[in-house]
Write a protein that binds this ligand. Structure first.
Ligand SMILES: *Cc1c(COP(=O)(O)O)cnc(C)c1O
Length: 345
């Protein structure tokens, strides 16, 4: 029986077509900027997101770090959501490496921010204070359960940031999940931002890599920071080749992951002991809790599911399952039957 790995969309393996594309790809030395496959991917990504230029980087974390360092100086500050990936899960990298601090303000349940909080967070020009330079948003929002910030809200928050003279970065690790959900072109979402990162290695199935997009000048600066971080790669076409396929063939299919997530959420809502509102599930992330009477089960849930070839991340009270290319509707049915049985016993 195959393994049903619901921990994350990062567990997706490259498809056979991707592995083939790697073996056929034309390679060069990307530090000389003459890897044709990397150049092709970067052109394609820039075009798709409506920006001048793009750069391939090793991970989403690196993409966010480089994007921030390329647009700030030592002593500057970036406003972020308190539940954001940049603030919680990137090891304080901007502070360690760039001397750029992060100032968190509350995320709401959709992953967005309050414009009054934003205004209050912007420091006055006073040498006692850090210089507030930038706002970083996240769409879709991971901790908010894959929620999507819609265009009206994006317009509201980013125009407030512009009034405050902040530059704007989007952590779009799952940007295409957001564009599919909203039914808009990815470049529409990107248009509100100076810089955007997205992951090739999540729902798009690539083995490695993320992309930064922005102005030509900004990407030049990113290239320098990537070098500083030791990630000037050479025949990077082996990573870029599956990326090209991903942008051509893997974006529209994210809709299937969203349907499966919704199916999981509805199934879970019918299981005694599970707390979830399926209406909250917009993309491929499903978060749920166990009710108080069932909270003891949270300790055994992971190991009991494992016996049925299902892997989820352990948690004290809030579980996350993520649908992706390697999860079928059948797998979802298997998960629902299994969890119902475990909670019943
Ligand atoms: C996964 C993720 C990242 C970082 O990606 P890595 O490639 O794992 O470094 C950044 N932001 C969000 C919202 C993510 O979900």
């Amino acid at each position: 029986m195959n393994l049903v790995d619901l921990r994350s969309d990062t567990v997706t393996r490259p498809t056979k077509e991707m592995l083939n594309a790697i073996s056929y790809s034309k390679l060069g030395d990307d530090v000389y900027q003459d890897d044709p496959t990397a150049n092709q991917l970067q052109e394609k990504a820039a075009e798709l997101l409506g920006k001048e230029d793009a750069l391939i980087v090793t991970s989403g974390t690196q993409g966010n770090l480089i994007s921030i360092l390329a647009q700030t100086n030592r002593g500057d500050e970036v406003i972020v959501g308190d539940m954001s990936h940049i603030y919680n899960y990137e090891a304080g990298s901007t502070m360690i490496i760039g001397g750029t601090s992060l100032f968190p303000i509350p995320n709401d349940s959709t992953g967005s921010l309050d414009i009054n909080d934003l205004q209050n967070a912007k420091k006055s020009d006073d040498y006692h204070k850090p210089k507030t330079k930038m706002l970083a948003l996240e769409n879709t929002h991971n901790v908010a359960g894959g929620k999507v910030i819609n265009l009206t809200e994006l317009e509201l928050v980013t125009s407030q940031a512009r009034r405050l003279s902040l530059s704007l970065h989007l952590d779009g690790a799952r940007l295409f999940n957001a564009s599919i959900y909203l039914g808009v072109k990815p470049k529409k979402i990107a248009s509100y931002f100076d810089s955007v990162t997205f992951c090739l290695s999540k729902g798009l199935c690539c083995p490695i890599g993320s992309i930064i997009v922005g102005s030509r000048e900004f990407i030049q600066e990113c290239r320098r920071w990537r070098k500083i971080l030791g990630s000037g790669m050479r025949q990077v076409g082996v990573i870029a080749a599956p990326g090209i396929l991903a942008l051509d063939t893997m974006i529209d299919r994210l809709a299937e992951d969203h349907l499966n997530a919704r199916f999981l959420a509805e199934g879970l809502s019918n299981i005694k002991g599970v707390l979830i509102d399926p209406e909250n599930i917009q993309t491929n992330i499903v978060r749920f809790n166990l009710s108080k009477e069932y909270s003891k089960k949270s300790k055994i849930l992971v190991s009991e599911l494992m016996k049925k070839n299902i892997i989820i991340n352990p948690s004290k009270d809030n579980f996350r399952v993520v649908t992706h290319h390697d999860i079928s509707k059948k797998d979802c049915e298997h998960f629902l039957l299994s969890i119902a049985k475990i909670l019943k016993n």
